[in-house]
Design a protein around this ligand. Structure first.
Ligand code: HEC
Length: 111
């Protein structure tokens, strides 16, 4: 009888431990999304870090022009080129590779 009780106890604490682990994983997954799992969130993060100082946190412009409808003016490839080569007083190559691709595609969807 005692042994059975102990088993039930053990089972319950294992179930609790499993639950806790599940919650931890969910938290990590959300963190991962911000870091690169979810393209939109990652692109926006890169934009905020590298572009918002000139183009505004809400893309409304500042030193640089408004980008809220930049996607109706340029394709992702054209935006990639602006990012790579710069334009006017905007320096080229602020972001590169995958970051540049993601931000260009994210901006190209702003129409
Ligand atoms: C130092 C300030 C500065 C930073 C940082 C900056 N830009 Fe610019 N950006 C400008 C300026 C100024 C222009 C306008 C250049 C011109 O046409 O003479 C511009 C133009 C652009 C254009 C063309 C817009 C249009 O309507 O012609 C795009 C697209 C763009 N920037 C994207 C970005 C992205 C993406 C980033 C981040 C990687 C970024 N910019 C970072 C200043 C900046």
């Amino acid at each position: 009888m005692k042994w059975k009780l102990a088993t039930v106890f053990l089972g319950a604490s294992l179930a609790l431990a499993a639950c806790g682990g599940g919650d931890d994983n969910a938290g990590e997954q959300n963190g991962g999304n911000n870091g690169g799992g979810d393209t939109t969130a990652a692109a926006e993060q890169v934009y905020q870090q590298s572009c918002a100082s000139c183009h505004g946190q809400d893309l409304s412009g500042g030193v640089g022009p408004n980008l809220q409808k930049v996607g109706s003016k340029y394709s992702a490839d054209e935006i990639k080129e602006v990012i790579a080569k710069g334009r006017g007083s905007m320096p080229g190559g602020i972001i590169q590779g995958e970051d540049a691709d993601k931000v260009a595609e994210w901006l190209a969807a702003k129409k």
